[in-house]
Design a protein. Structure first.
Length: 418
């Protein structure tokens, strides 16, 4: 959500944002070349081909919604985003990305700044290009060159972003392949023979339409995390977040479903570089590393505890994460996502995707400090990442935060997707 100075005409808002994208991604097409390629398929395999898209193809306006006072409310915004996220990508749905901006203002959290207008921006990027770390780097390229506290130096960032040695990478993939040869067949057979557990977040069928909904949290989730941290000072950050997430899901089921499952199957994408995202320096296109370096853990995630105590919940979550790191399921998922994806044709990968049984995917990305675009004319107020509907999962909640300078006074801003 962009906060813009008041009395901006619709065309001016669009042109400002288009100029930001053009400067960041189109000033030199040899940089970030994946953004200027389209996907082609032959013999069951996909490959990239240079496409030379125009800035107008990649940066588009959202539809205008008929509403009172020409200002969208949040329910109207949700419907508009649900429609936009299902649009085809440019070049007949072969380009890897695009972005849409709403030129119509939204009735957002003003907090006394009644002179500003708020405009939604949707940035869609195919996961074949990069993971969340790559997306955050692209965001950094777009930002104004304004430093913030606790920022990594460029040298430190590049050291964290680079991949490991080729020898270690190849050796690790050989070991993963051997492991998959031994266990993959039995794991797939077990998945076929097992009765599919009902997904707690959906009915028997899916419409294949994505419905965008969100909750703008004005501090409740942050206070929950802070409370856990104060009660359990020796707990790890990931343990605290997962404990809060488990407690939040329990509250959700108690409020809306009244039949809370004891456990759910949860996939958590894990990125070793995530800890540096909140200190990401402003970089240019030369320093962006577009790649998928994440791994996925499959968790038998606990929701119900005997005494509903924080320490008990934390211990259950940590034990669950420890089992997952060495489980056959997580190693099988690693093999299919890192190695088989590059080797097997699409129809075999589709079969493997159908066997993936999980209630939901959880992704947590720490955000940067207060940031803006277009020389301070467009401030980013809230940002939310989400993964499109995959496999048989009915909901994909994600948490992404942009830290406010007033975080210590509980005016913490984060968007949650439920």
């Amino acid at each position: 959500m962009m906060e813009c100075k008041a009395v901006q005409k619709r065309d001016e808002v669009y042109e400002m944002y288009k100029n930001v994208i053009e400067r960041a991604f189109f000033s030199n097409r040899n940089k970030l070349s994946d953004l200027h390629c389209a996907v082609r398929r032959f013999g069951g395999y996909s490959y990239k081909l240079k496409a030379n898209p125009t800035i107008e193809e990649c940066v588009r306006k959202m539809d205008i919604v008929k509403c009172q006072n020409d200002m969208m409310h949040k329910n109207e915004l949700k419907k508009l985003l649900s429609k936009c996220c299902n649009h085809q990508l440019p070049k007949n749905n072969t380009l890897f990305w695009d972005t849409l901006i709403g030129t119509q203002p939204v009735d957002w959290n003003r907090e006394g700044n009644n002179s500003a207008s708020y405009h939604p921006v949707l940035f869609r990027l195919h996961h074949a290009i990069c993971d969340g770390f790559g997306i955050t780097q692209l965001l950094s390229v777009m930002l104004d060159k304004i430093p913030y506290e606790n920022q990594d130096s460029l040298e430190s960032h590049l050291e964290k972003a680079k991949e490991g040695s080729p020898f270690k990478t190849v050796l690790h993939q050989i070991v993963a392949t051997l492991y998959a040869v031994v266990f993959n067949i039995s794991d797939i057979l077990l998945a076929v023979l097992q009765t599919e557990e009902p997904n707690a977040f959906r009915g028997t069928t899916l419409s294949n339409d994505e419905i965008f909904t969100m909750k703008v949290d004005n501090g409740e989730y942050f206070r929950k995390v802070k409370h856990i941290k104060s009660d359990l000072p020796h707990a790890s950050f990931s343990g605290i977040i997962l404990t809060a997430f488990s407690a939040s899901f329990k509250e959700y089921f108690d409020t809306h479903v009244h039949d809370c499952p004891e456990r759910i199957n949860l996939i958590v994408p894990y990125l070793r570089k995530t800890t540096s995202l909140s200190r990401l320096p402003q970089i240019d296109a030369d320093h962006v590393s577009l790649q998928n370096s994440f791994v996925m853990f499959v968790l038998d995630f606990p929701l119900i505890t005997k005494n509903n105590q924080l320490l008990e919940r934390l211990n259950l979550v940590q034990a669950c994460a420890l089992r997952s790191s060495t489980s056959v399921g997580s190693k099988t998922v690693y093999y299919w996502s890192k190695i088989a994806l590059q080797v097997f044709p699409m129809f075999l990968l589709a079969l493997a995707d159908d066997l993936l049984q999980a209630t939901t995917v959880l992704s947590i990305l720490p955000g940067p400090g207060p940031v803006s675009l277009a020389g301070g004319k467009m401030k980013i107020r809230n940002a939310l990442f989400w993964i499109p509907l995959v496999a048989k999962m009915g909901k994909n909640p994600l948490l992404y935060s942009i830290y406010s300078s007033s975080v210590h006074s509980a005016k913490f801003h984060s968007d949650q997707l439920f």
